[in-house]
Design a protein around this ligand. Structure first.
Ligand code: GDP
Length: 425
């Protein structure tokens, strides 16, 4: 049995989708183990260009079994839309290639509503939520106040459970936020519509994965977001509400006893960040706009312009460490081709001292970046398909980053297409 996790090392949007799409060729099962519809994994292949929000990126490969594990925020409504979109573009999605854990909790309509209400209450102090209901969902999950997908198979018990939750949730909606309460009919209608549609996909994915493991099948775990957004180890509270790290893959997938042998950390050749929170290396003005345009740095889900900056070696090294990466994929190297000199942040200056260690979240606001300039290659590399054919300066940049991060860079991506990825020996 072969097991591998593909995870983000920075703030997310590193290009995980394209790496999973590439690597699924070698795997039998692809599993999403955390997060929900707030992801936006972009995949470009022979079917076209897709932004996958909930579906595992293995969905395009015939013969690959795709699993939504118990750790995901199961947004049945958006999942159904996503399935419809893929089907309309010729991709086959059915119970034979998509399995949904009966232990995944359901993201309900009030989660999205509460997300928007709380962001509105925070006004100019908001976190920049994607308003997909993720934070209210996970807080309910850990309060044991949401519904497991498998309950759809027990309608009587489900109705009673829903009534109990509704009473409590309406107290919050009306009492705390002065919002409209939900009615039982509204919720049962919603569950009837979307719950029914996902029912055929539900199964005990833990049992399925144990059987796959026993048969020696290879498993690929696909993470959402990046290490710096991890609930426990990221820049709290500017994190997501789930664990985006590889160590959570066994739990969120339904195979808690498995050891993940290989962890491919995806690193973007520069930094981007969506939403609020400290971003030490941030560029502004024209320089930022140039990089944003070159990299097409606008949210896959929201279209929001992303904050951008040079590669932050301090934050990225920390990401490599907490992910336990065994190898790296460096993406979007081609985007830096317009630069004659490439800035990289090598240290932070904190309280008048230089540090290479990533500080505690509350200290980040006063950290200043120390930037060095590296020689650029200043020519188009998007057509290069072999490591040896990269300009020397580009190879030097990759080798420099590899040394600074203390982890081998196995893949170098120079374009969004499936084949625009150089594999290093
Ligand atoms: P993810 O959420 O980590 O999968 O990342 P996103 O999908 O948000 O961002 C990756 C974006 O960059 C997508 O638009 C990809 O098609 C694109 N992309 C991925 N790798 C490369 C690359 O090496 N070069 C260029 N130019 N674009 C890339």
């Amino acid at each position: 049995m072969k097991t591998c996790a593909i995870v983000g090392i920075q703030w997310g949007d590193e290009g995980k989708g394209r790496m999973v799409d590439l690597l699924t060729e070698d795997y039998d099962v692809v599993i999403r183990y955390q997060g929900g519809g707030n992801a936006g994994h972009t995949v470009v292949n022979s079917y076209g260009k897709f932004a996958l929000h909930l579906l595992p990126s293995g969905i395009f490969r015939p013969g690959v079994v795709n699993v939504l594990g118990n750790g995901v925020a199961l947004d049945a409504e958006n999942l159904w839309k996503e399935i419809g979109d893929l089907r309309s573009r010729g991709v086959s999605v059915g119970p034979e290639n998509l399995k949904i854990s009966d232990r995944a909790s359901l993201l309900l309509p009030w989660h999205r509503e509460l997300d928007a209400l709380e962001e509105a209450r925070l006004a100019d102090r908001q976190y920049g939520s994607t308003k997909q209901g993720i934070a209210p969902f996970y807080s309910d999950k850990y309060q044991k106040k949401t519904i497991l997908a498998g309950e759809l198979l027990y309608p009587e018990a489900l109705r009673q459970h829903l009534e109990e939750l509704l009473e409590w949730k309406n107290l919050i909606l009306t009492g705390v936020y002065g919002a409209k309460p939900f009615s039982l009919a509204e919720l049962t209608g919603w569950l009837g519509e979307y719950g029914e549609r996902i029912r055929p996909f539900l199964c005990d994915t833990g049992a399925l994965l144990r059987a796959a493991a026993a048969e020696g099948k290879s498993l690929l775990f696909e993470a959402q977001l990046g290490a710096l957004r991890d609930l426990d180890f990221g820049i709290y509270p500017y994190t997501t509400s789930s664990n985006a790290i590889a160590a959570y893959a066994p739990i969120g997938s339904g195979l808690p006893s498995v050891r993940v042998q290989e962890v491919v950390g995806v690193v973007k050749a520069y930094s981007t960040c969506v939403g609020e929170g400290p971003f030490v290396c941030e560029l502004f003005g024209e320089e930022a706009q140039r990089l944003r345009e070159a990299g097409g740095e606008y949210g896959a889900k929201t279209g929001r312009p992303r904050r951008v900056g040079p590669l932050d070696l301090v934050a990225t090294r920390y990401g490599v460490q907490i992910q336990g990466a065994t190898g790296l994929a460096l993406t979007k190297l081609d985007v830096l081709s317009y630069l004659k000199e490439i800035p990289v942040c090598t240290h932070y200056e904190l309280d008048g001292k230089r540090t290479e260690d990533f500080p505690f979240p509350a200290a980040l606001a006063s950290a200043k970046p120390v930037v060095s300039m590296l020689e650029g290659w200043n020519c188009d590399i998007s057509g290069v398909r072999r490591w040896e054919d990269l300009p020397e300066a580009a190879r030097r940049y990759v080798e420099y980053v590899e040394r600074a991060l203390g982890c081998p860079i196995r893949y170098v991506s120079v374009g969004p297409e499936r084949d625009a990825c150089l594999v290093r020996g």
